[in-house]
Design a protein around this ligand. Structure first.
Ligand SMILES: [Zn+2]
Length: 151
């Protein structure tokens, strides 16, 4: 996003927090050129996401499930509700930005992994392990391979 003051192309996020309603994300940004600071608000376009299980069943997207799987991967010190919720928000925002209304559980797993990778390498690896217990690992591998080949 461009700087509001000098219009420099490159600003970076220095703080991200959830809005009071839990459905928005506020980011504090700083311009890499002039140091100007400003805030942006990110709100999802409200759309329902459904999840297609491997056996073809359709379920509603459940934040709680994501939170539970995240907690299993995070180290104890990162179990605070706010932190887990912020990570879930990161997942939801990415899913909504992807624009798909129906997602395979493996696709959601990929997004969770993506969010975790940026947050904590160990949690990322642990999630990979946890993932095997509730999803088909082959799906995940295929997604990873697909991702790597499209990069
Ligand atoms: Zn600037």
């Amino acid at each position: 996003m461009k700087c509001l003051r000098c219009r420099f192309e490159d600003t970076r996020v220095i703080d991200t927090r959830m809005g009071g309603d839990g459905f928005s994300i506020k980011r504090r940004r700083v311009c890499n050129h002039c140091g100007f600071r400003f805030s942006t608000m990110e709100t999802p376009v409200r759309e329902e996401i459904t999840v297609e299980k491997r056996d073809g069943r359709i379920e509603e997207f459940d934040r709680q499930k994501i939170a539970t799987s995240l907690r299993a991967a995070l180290k104890k010190g990162d179990h605070q509700r706010e932190r887990v919720e912020a990570l879930v928000d990161g997942v939801v925002v990415q899913l909504l930005n992807g624009g798909k209304k129906r997602l395979a559980s493996a696709e959601i797993g990929m997004v969770v992994l993506d969010v975790l990778k940026n947050f904590d390498e160990l949690a990322y690896l642990r999630y990979l392990t946890v993932y095997q217990s509730f999803a088909n690992l082959d799906d995940l591998k295929n997604q990873i391979l697909k991702n790597e080949t499209t990069i």
